[in-house]
Design a protein around this ligand. Structure first.
Ligand code: HEM
Length: 256
């Protein structure tokens, strides 16, 4: 079954049929790259927990030791996080939503459940933060946003408010992907610490603030840029809730 063609007036603000394909390809590449970094971070932590290495620079060894002291809690956080990251791109696929709406719904419920485990375990991990108070403030702010966004996304879809559901999902997912943006920033801090003299305690929190903020701002701008045009909203708003076509509210050539 092919995806129905939507009149130009019904396309989201900021999207023209010509520009959208290339932009969406870039977005997909960006999202999948962040997912790959996040999965690599989880695999790295799993390997470090299973096979502790004794031949590491002091600061990396201290970091590994911090997670080795709380292996169960770390696993409760990172294993659901890995499944979240693996499944989340599927939810942005318009093809999956159109052809298999039930699969989209079941994956959605699975991801909502995982997000509760991830968000609460992050708070628990915060009892012994590597990055001190700066990390605590970043995590409290963005974890709160993550849990709020996923709860709002769930609430809106229960009321069939698909456009609002999409916006809140994007906010929540942007926080999860922010974890990946943080990694290269931490990498730069590690690579330059012989010059700067900064330790993970000094730079972890700063890296969290920078990475989470950049990813969140990007998602927020994209979400606003691609909001439905007022005429499309008016047309959709005049339909009885139950009859609102799922894809008509969310249609983007690639789904994001
Ligand atoms: C869903 C995507 C996520 C992935 C893939 C992920 C991955 C990880 C990994 C691998 C670790 C272990 C640290 C390391 O090896 O460097 C970790 C720790 C942590 N994560 Fe997540 N995480 C995710 C979501 C979140 C969210 C949404 C938050 C809250 C905003 C969060 C907060 C934390 C905290 C506080 C720690 C412990 C850091 C410390 O002890 O200083 N994570 N995460």
């Amino acid at each position: 079954m092919s995806v129905p063609t939507i009149p130009e007036t019904m396309l989201p603000i900021g999207i023209s049929p010509r520009s959208s394909r290339r932009t969406h390809r870039i977005l997909w590449a960006g999202m999948l790259s962040l997912c790959a970094i996040a999965v690599a971070a989880v695999v790295h932590r799993l390997v470090a927990l299973a096979y502790p290495s004794h031949d590491l620079p002091a600061q990396v060894a201290a970091l590994d030791a911090a997670f080795a002291r709380r292996p169960v809690l770390t696993l409760i956080h990172i294993v659901p996080a890995m499944f979240f990251i693996i499944f989340v791109p599927l939810q942005f696929s318009a093809t999956l939503r159109t052809r298999h709406p039930d699969v989209h719904r079941w994956i959605g419920r699975f991801l909502m459940t995982l997000s509760v485990v991830i968000g609460l375990s992050a708070l628990w991990l915060l009892r012994d933060p590597i990055g001190g108070n700066t990390e605590v403030t970043a995590i409290l702010f963005f974890d709160g946003l993550f849990l709020l966004a996923m709860a709002k996304a769930f609430f809106h879809i229960r009321r069939r408010e698909v456009a609002l559901h999409r916006e809140w999902v994007m906010r929540g997912v942007s926080v999860a992907l922010g974890v990946a943006t943080v990694r290269p920033i931490i990498g730069v801090f590690f690579a330059t610490n012989s010059l700067s003299g900064l330790t993970p305690h000094d730079f972890f929190g700063v890296a969290f603030w920078i990475g989470f903020t950049l990813t969140y701002l990007f998602a927020e701008l994209w979400s606003r840029h691609t909001r439905l045009r007022p005429e499309a909203r008016r047309q959709l708003g005049s339909l009885p809730n139950r009859r609102i076509d799922f894809e008509a509210q969310t249609h983007r050539p690639s789904g994001i």
